[in-house]
Design a protein around this ligand. Structure first.
Ligand SMILES: Cc1cc2nc3c(=O)[nH]c(=O)nc-3n(C[C@H](O)[C@H](O)[C@H](O)COP(=O)(O)OP(=O)(O)OC[C@H]3O[C@@H](n4cnc5c(N)ncnc54)[C@H](O)[C@@H]3O)c2cc1C
Length: 247
């Protein structure tokens, strides 16, 4: 059951025609980096709500959500047209297990994101814990077009702070660029292109992988990593791969 409270939009930043980030003021429960909240709007006299990962770190109290407009979807096009000052419903309670307390220790943390699946990683990267627990962090962001490589300033700031401990590897699948890898993450794991790029190996002794976004990417990546000895991370059987599927 949702416990809707009213929030106020303080900004709706449109990155592209389809991608936008909402910043919302609201009185909701504290969250842990990697968790999600629920946003809702009244449509035909009913609140239609969907989960959205927090992008901001927990110590900031303006809540940020990074979303894509799914043209045939009931909620995302309407959220996209919200403006500063508009009201939006937000669930007071937060949820989710895509958090570091669910992840075993390791040396190298791989964060694999497709599209808006980048969001929870920014929250985690802007919190201290991941930097205390892991030596190296590789953030892989896979998109279709280069203009979808958003949040460059945020990543730049993290890079400046953590220097060689942090690497960003962009993938662009539907156009050629001179800076991003082409193709998709699972294929680059199979061919070892991703490990070569990062200068790190997937290794069950040292690697933890968190991945978020498109469910097909999650399944194919899990299969590719299994070949390298990395297993799904479950509470009853700790492993190496922790995932969050967006649909
Ligand atoms: C735990 C969790 C956290 C989520 N966090 C986010 C988030 O931070 N940002 C975000 O954009 N979405 C996120 N989603 C998806 C989000 O809840 C909505 O499904 C999405 O915004 C579309 O809403 P809709 O009502 O318009 O269409 P829906 O009826 O919800 O979805 C219609 C279809 O749109 C496609 N779709 C849904 N989400 C995406 C997406 N992110 N990228 C591409 N295609 C998609 C799928 O094919 C889906 O079947 C999350 C989902 C879950 C389960």
């Amino acid at each position: 059951m949702s416990n809707w409270v009213q929030g106020k939009v303080v900004e709706n930043n449109h990155w592209t025609d389809l991608l936008y980030s909402l910043r919302i003021e609201a009185d909701i429960d504290p969250f842990v980096a990697g968790q999600y909240g629920r946003l809702g709007l009244e449509i035909d006299d009913q609140i239609v709500g969907r989960p959205y990962s927090f992008v901001n770190p927990p110590h900031e109290n303006i809540y940020e959500f990074y979303s894509i407009t799914v043209s045939e979807g009931p909620l995302s096009p309407k959220l996209s047209s919200l403006r500063e000052g508009d009201k939006v419903w937000i669930d007071k309670r937060v949820n989710g297990f895509f958090t570091l307390n669910e992840v075993p220790d390791g040396k190298d943390m791989w964060m694999l994101a497709t599209g808006t699946g980048l969001g929870p990683f920014l929250s985690i990267l802007n919190s201290d814990e991941v930097w205390k627990r892991f030596e190296n962090i590789v953030l892989v962001h896979a998109v279709r077009f280069a203009q979808e490589l958003t949040y460059q300033d945020t990543m730049q700031k993290i890079s400046e702070k953590y220097k060689s401990r942090f690497q960003i590897i962009p993938f662009v699948s539907r156009e050629e660029t001179d800076f991003a890898s082409d193709g998709r993450i699972p294929a680059a794991i199979k061919t070892e292109k991703l490990e070569d790029k990062a200068g790190l190996a997937f290794n069950p002794e040292t690697s933890q992988v968190m991945m978020c976004g498109n469910p097909d990417m999650l399944i194919e990546t899990r299969n590719a990593l299994k070949e390298k000895g990395l297993m799904k991370n479950l509470r009853r059987s700790p492993g190496h791969i922790t995932s969050e599927s967006y649909w």
